[in-house]
Design a protein. Structure first.
Length: 323
């Protein structure tokens, strides 16, 4: 406050107050208020910087809790990633190998998302890095699960096919294995029993008495049961699917008809001596994709390792075939 000033009034012979002009007074007040405001603003700002309000304290605690929770989430993701990695490993190295599917490359399983920045809306915060990293991991995990799930679907289909294949392809001997010496001649160059000339023998001959039952070595459909194929006499052909066809020649009698569906182990006919044959025997051939292959590899369902090596020995003798 400025001092009150007086002046001497010669007319009234007294001291009188000097009245300031109103405008000046207003200016003084304004300056005072402005200064007061600025001062309090500075004090408030400083206080705000160094002193936390209860609300701020609560928010800070909440934030710390969030960070802790994110940390725990990341730990859980570690576990999920480890489990999924193990499943992927088994998938690639066991299931896909067993079912002859190519392994899924790691880059494909763990691929992130290219192109646009999916995490732009998460940028610019104090915890952006933590939140973005966590999001990325979850996204990759999610994608991995989708890839894995698709892979297992594929494996399921392959397994079903494999099961069909295993029941379809020839896997047992077409005549019973009571005496392996029944295997009279194998696949390969053999002496023709009629001309005595060496020529290719395209199947295996099992000598057996006339009327001995012949069994279907795998599931399939009878494509032929007739004597219209030169030299084979009464013969049967079974289509097993997957490119496999089996053929039985010189039969005495049929037990199936054309287009009949047969199961492994069904009696399809009986051993005979029809067609170009030296004596009662079964001539057995296997075709794969139209080519005749060695039937020796199609008995694994009925033979022990020892029996198989004995059969192999018999089958490789370059003897005379029964045709
Ligand atoms: Zn033969």
């Amino acid at each position: 406050m400025s001092k009150v000033k007086y002046y001497y009034d010669p007319e009234s012979l007294s001291y009188r107050k000097i009245e300031r002009k109103k405008r000046k007074t207003f200016a003084y007040i304004s300056v005072f208020l402005l200064a007061a405001f600025l001062f309090s603003f500075i004090i408030f700002s400083i206080a705000n910087l160094y002193i936390e309000s209860p609300k701020e304290k609560a928010l800070k605690r909440e934030l710390q809790n969030m960070q802790l929770q994110f940390g725990l989430l990341n730990k859980k993701m570690n576990e999920a990633e480890a489990v999924l990695a193990n499943v992927a490993d088994r998938d690639n190295n066991i299931y896909r190998v067993y079912f002859e599917a190519n392994p899924i490359p790691d880059e494909q399983r763990k691929a992130g998302f290219g192109g646009i920045n999916r995490y732009k809306n998460l940028e610019g915060f104090d915890n952006s890095e933590l939140i973005i990293e966590t999001n990325k991991r979850l996204d990759i995990l999610q994608k991995q699960i989708v890839v894995q799930s698709k892979s297992l679907d594929e494996i399921t289909v392959l397994a079903e096919e494999k099961e069909k294949l295993l029941t379809a392809i020839p896997a047992i001997q077409p005549v019973k294995n009571e005496d392996l010496t029944r295997m009279a001649s194998g696949y390969g160059m053999r002496t023709d029993p009629f001309t005595k000339v060496k020529k290719m023998h395209w199947g295996m001959d099992f000598s057996a008495q006339k009327g001995t039952p012949i069994y279907a070595p795998g599931d399939g459909i009878v494509k032929r049961a007739d004597a219209r194929s030169s030299g084979y006499g009464k013969h049967i052909r079974i289509d097993h699917g997957f490119g496999y066809v089996s053929l039985y020649a010189h039969l005495h009698k049929y037990n199936v008809k054309k287009n009949q569906r047969v199961k492994r182990g069904d009696v399809i006919g009986y051993v005979g001596n029809t067609g170009r044959s030296m004596g009662p025997h079964l001539h057995y051939e296997i075709f794969k994709d139209g080519k005749r292959i060695n039937p020796i590899n199609f008995y694994y369902g009925s033979l022990t390792a020892e029996e198989f090596s004995k059969l192999l020995e018999h089958a490789s003798l370059e003897n005379q075939s029964l045709d």
